[in-house]
Design a binder for this molecule. Structure first.
Ligand code: CA
Length: 241
């Protein structure tokens, strides 16, 4: 299980970034992950192409370091399917000399880049920093991220697994409150004060009602993130604890 803390992201400060490394050569994967963690990044390591693609759909990352030659699914195919699914996370490809320049160029667009093996770890760290800075200036944001759920206060866009979720203004405020308090139980009374403020002096049942609406939209067919703490309130968390 990856860590699921709420982090502001993508950020102009690369030290707050979440990076996925998909590389089947474990020694290379470890060297990359160690170097990136040393830079302050949070790193998820995977070795299989299909696992890598699934992880990009499941959780938010600021950058994916993608080996091209992978078991399961090659790096170019993973990137193609990510873009098809609407995931615009920048990719740094790790290519072998045998990959032709033309083939690589076809896949390297926008914020993407590539490194040819063998490369120095310093070079990799520099490239990663440059990509994150570009992404950070392109999209300054206070994006709230929890597991595969993102909420952008600026655009008021909410996504689960990359898919846009339409929320009413009240549902949006309720989800925002749950997100900023992720992993902490909040009571119905606290929710009423924060979300409804002075606009409502009825019963706390309205909170239950709106939690129900939100669940149907956010947790619909997916591992639930909104949990009831009987007699206490609600908490946004992953199912594993
Ligand atoms: Ca490989």
């Amino acid at each position: 299980m990856v860590d699921t803390g709420v982090v502001p992201s993508p950020s102009s400060d690369p030290a707050l970034s979440r990076i996925l490394v998909v590389e089947d050569e474990s020694s290379i994967n470890d060297v990359i992950a160690t170097a990136l963690r040393y830079q302050g990044h949070s790193v998820v390591q995977l070795a299989d192409g299909r696992d890598g693609l699934a992880e990009t759909a499941r959780a938010h990352f600021d950058l994916v370091v993608l080996d091209v030659m992978l078991p399961g699914l090659d790096g170019f195919e993973i990137c193609r399917r990510m873009r098809e699914a609407g995931t615009l996370t920048p990719v740094l490809f790790l290519t072998a000399r045998s990959d032709t320049e033309d083939r690589i160029r076809g896949f390297v667009t926008g914020g993407d880049d590539y490194l040819t093996k063998p490369f120095s770890v310093n070079e990799l760290v520099l490239r990663v920093g440059a990509i994150l800075r570009r992404a950070g200036t392109a999209a300054p944001s206070n994006l709230l991220v929890f597991d595969d759920l993102t909420l952008d206060p600026a655009t008021r866009e909410v996504r689960r697994s990359g898919r846009l979720v339409e929320l009413s203004p009240t549902e949006f405020s309720l989800l925002h409150f749950l997100l900023v308090n992720a992993n902490h139980v909040v009571s119905k009374a606290q929710i009423l004060v924060d979300v409804w403020a002075d606009d409502y002096d009825g019963s706390e049942n309205i909170v239950e009602l709106y939690i129900g609406y939100l669940r149907r939209k956010i947790d619909d067919g997916r591992p639930p993130l909104i949990h009831t703490k009987r007699g206490v309130g609600y908490v946004l968390r992953t199912a594993e604890r």
